[in-house]
Design a protein around this ligand. Structure first.
Ligand code: PHE
Ligand code: NA
Length: 449
């Protein structure tokens, strides 16, 4: 056993480092990349927003990614336990912070999954419609989205199926479930995106799409865009709610923590940009504007696919990709909750998965029946709980974790590592907290004059 790790040494975990990276990328890559990133980029005007978003990933996302990985790895337990294990000896404040942050993180996982599964369920519906499996539904017809989102019965049905898929994987455990799933799903997803890029390369719109995404027009940049970019950086990298801490706690070695963190952020960004490129190529090719709003993925896109060569097949392919992305993210959301009950309350994994997956399912029914519940939970978690969780984790890593623990990922790199560690510590102690506080205040309207 590894004496540097404070958790239970027989906890099991990822068999290989590749498996860990694929699982973490699976958590990161989800509806945030394929649904949210393209539509907010469209709303905030393209290139300049993308640039600000990339800066947010580098300045806030990456340092927090390292903080979460090292807390998990060194703390060797669920989010609450890992933080409690690391809180410097005798620090009452550190322990209080661990309980508050851990509790909120588990609640975030619970709440996010409840509506995430409903949206993922809609993607399942579009997959079924594209494949011609739904009797009455017609792809691209005006009402397809209203038909599923407006029907409590249909939404609940797909939500139930998606939750079952998620619970089956989490029941299998880290190595037997999550690692196995993501090791296959992530490379497949990547190849599917490349195939779609080639497809739009033939059908057209690719050049306009690339110009829109990568040629910044700073006149379009607003304060709201900067705030949106920072908030989205948390959501898209799965930060601020313990998913990366929990996965990090199943790591066998901390030798590659920094490289892995960069790889995860890089791949998440790459996949968001690839998805954006495909989606805007389709939109521009049809002569439409970029500002499709939240309906871009479920209303605009299916209606356009159907008019394109092999439309139904391409649409099936595309929504299968969306389902894969959402599935590997959903398992990480449930894992945060399950790990907490397994590690803290000594529940059996199978029982924790059934009980809490079942409760998430039940809460999700509310979102499936009433769109305003879904919107409320989405705003509550992504606007407030994740940034607050990120703030707490940044402060905890910067001020309450011992020098040895917080530097362990940098230690193998000698002098260079020490310089990096100093830059990271300054960022996590001062830069990230200030930026996050600005975001939270602005979202509550406290900064409006
Ligand atoms: N990162 C996921 C996405 O982009 C969402 C997510 C957030 C997953 C938080 C886990 C934890 O869709
Ligand atoms: Na993401």
């Amino acid at each position: 056993a590894d004496a540097s790790v404070k958790g239970n040494p027989d906890r099991g975990g990822f068999a290989t480092n590749f498996g860990f990276i694929m699982a973490a990328v699976g958590s990161a890559v989800g509806l945030g990349n394929i649904w949210k990133f393209p539509y907010i980029t469209g709303e905030y005007g393209g290139g300049a927003f993308v640039l600000v978003y990339l800066i947010c990933i580098a300045v806030v996302g990456l340092p927090l990614m390292y903080a979460e990985l090292i807390i998990g790895r060194r703390g060797g337990s669920d989010i609450l336990g890992a933080m409690r294990n690391l809180a410097a000896e005798g620090s009452v404040l550190g322990r209080i912070l661990a309980y508050l942050t851990g509790g909120m993180a588990v609640a975030s996982g619970f709440l996010i999954l409840s509506f995430y599964a409903v949206v993922a369920g809609w993607a399942l519906h579009f997959l079924a419609v594209s494949l011609g499996l739904m009797p009455d539904a017609q792809l691209g017809a005006e009402g397809t989205f209203a038909e599923v989102a407006g029907s409590a019965k249909l939404s609940s049905l797909w939500h139930t199926i998606f939750m079952a898929l998620t619970m089956i994987v989490v029941m299998g455990g880290i190595h037997g479930g999550i690692e196995k799933l993501c090791k296959i799903l992530m490379p497949v997803l990547f190849l599917m995106l490349i195939a779609l890029l080639i497809y739009v390369g033939y059908t057209g719109g690719l050049e306009e799409s690339l110009t829109f995404l990568f040629k910044p027009d700073f006149h379009k940049l607003s304060a709201a865009a900067v705030l949106e970019a920072l908030g989205h950086a948390f959501f898209t990298l799965s930060l601020g709610m313990g998913a990366i801490v929990t996965y990090g706690s199943y790591l066998k070695s901390e030798r590659h923590v920094i490289r892995d963190g960069i790889a995860i952020a890089f791949l998440d960004t790459l996949i968001a940009l690839m998805a954006g490129t495909v989606i805007f190529a389709v939109v521009f090719h049809a002569g439409l504007e970029a500002e499709g709003g939240p309906g871009l993925l479920f209303k605009t896109l299916p209606a356009l696919f159907i008019k394109m060569p092999y439309g139904a097949a391409v649409s099936s392919f595309f929504f299968l990709l969306v389902v894969f992305a959402a599935w590997s993210s959903a398992v990480s959301l449930l894992e945060v909750v399950v790990a907490y009950f397994v590690d803290e309350w000594k529940m059996k994994r199978s029982i924790a998965t059934c009980v809490f997956g079942g409760l998430v399912w039940g809460l999700g029914i509310a979102s499936a029946c009433d769109g305003s519940v879904l919107d409320f939970l989405d705003n509550l978690t992504t606007r407030y709980m994740l940034p607050l969780g990120g703030l707490a984790i940044a402060i905890f890593a910067g001020w309450f974790v011992s020098y040895e623990d917080r530097n362990s990922g940098f230690a193998p790199f000698g002098v260079v590592g020490e310089m990096l560690a100093a830059a990271w510590l300054f960022t996590i102690r001062f830069v990230s907290p200030v930026l996050i506080v600005i975001v939270i205040l602005s979202k509550t309207g406290a900064l409006d004059s």
